[in-house]
Design a protein around this ligand. Sequence first.
Ligand code: 1GP
Length: 238
Amino acid sequence: ILNIHQQILEAKKSGQKLLAILLDPDKIVLENLDRLILKINHSPATHIFVGGSIVQATILEELITKLKQNTNLPVVIFPGDPSQISPYADAILFLSLLSGRNPDYLIEYQVQAAPILKKTNLEVISTGYILIESGNETAVARVSKTKPLNRENFDLVLATAQAGEMLGNKLMYLEAGSGAKNAVPLEMIRLIAQNIEIPVIVGGGITDLRGIQNAYNAGADLVVIGTAFENDTHFFEL
Ligand code: 1GP
């Protein structure tokens, strides 16, 4: 039986495109969770990501437990910091914010998280995380106190992605930031996807089904949808 990383590699090999719904625990109302899960189960999602730049909510464990009980989809933690680790999920994206020069998000939080993760059975997936300028200030930029990479500097984004791959990242996440005004440019997705071997995740500011398809066509292996589904749980029915 394949682990989640292996499943993503298999999907990439066979050309199957993947879709993650991102749930921010701070924005979930537990009373509405059953209905939300029903919507997720009827959506084309292949993964559920759980996390946010800052999570104050104490419902993280309850949320993940409920998701595990009521869906067959893999639940993957997409953490803003080590407080968002829960042993009840299936896996965690072990992120390093490669676009920034804040050592906390490059290595300090990873050092803090390692001993905690060692005590869990979570599958740890090393993931390069590249924040691209989006036309507005997003929570990732604000909370991490880092500057996104210029959306026109394709060379720098590519060099950053390649450095991450050389460092051993298993996935590369191109992020415009939640609620981004502009999603990651399609030409940028294309360039990165063509020049690294590892699967490419794309998220931030994708607000319609066309946007998802465009990202896939450009070479994204997995697309992440947060805000659009949050605002409209019928999003995938259109
Ligand atoms: C944020 O990439 C995700 O980390 C999803 O962004 O909320 O804009 O869909 P949205």
